[in-house]
Ligand binder design. Sequence first.
Ligand code: ARG
Length: 274
Amino acid sequence: MRSSLREASPRRYLMCPPAHFRVTYSINPWMDPAKPVDLPLAQTQWEDLRDRYTALGHTVELLTPQPGLPDMVFAANGATVIDGRVLGARFAYPERTAEAAAHLDWFRSHGYAEIHEPDHVNEGEGDFAVTASWILAGRGFRSSPLSHDEAQEFFGRPVIGLDLVDPRYYHLDTALCVLDDAADEVMYYPGAFSPGSRAVLARLFPDALIAEEADAAALGLNAVSDGRHVLLPQAAVGLFEPLRARGFEPVGMDLGELLKGGGSVKCCTQELRA
Ligand code: ARG
């Protein structure tokens, strides 16, 4: 047990209210258009997350939700921002294509000068995770392997490609979470990755927190850490003690309505890294 708590650092996040959230199509195994979504409840759950960030001292920027783009609430997918440089997204499914332009417009009107419109499919922070040493990049379901080279060239950081093999964990951020981005500390669920990628993760992160299947299945890895507080789906109860043992403060959130779209805490949160 670590004797001292970790230190949080103030973050800037981009979020999009779920005003038009629906499940009208299915592009991941969590989505069942036959299951009704309680929109007011989704709104309340999303507001709890936003309010939690601001209460922790973080800044939350807002993207205007657009009718006809029911997945826009999953703001993590719309771009990747590192060192103030913006790599736009290019979505794998036509249902989400138009979200990329909405994100680019936001960055253009908020003073971002270095913006790259991608040639290859990448779903933003859904598949890109940033540690101190690397950009971890998922592939297999959404982002193209070619987008990994594109990200490496644009950001000038080494990109480590990781193969996702279980359709429930279709984005990297459903299977892996960066706990401390000033170091190289992560938690992940090995079962979501190919044997080779598991070996790569074990080599790069020998001290990682390894999640059990039940917590992964509650989308517990879809979490956001500020270096101290780890906001995660509250149903991922098995992660709380291991996080505390490392000096983190787990903060359980209920985003049950958004889970019907296949997303939780991290999916709703894009980090704007200065
Ligand atoms: N329904 C959305 C999709 O399948 C959910 C996206 C979740 N976002 C994430 N960062 N994993 O594209």
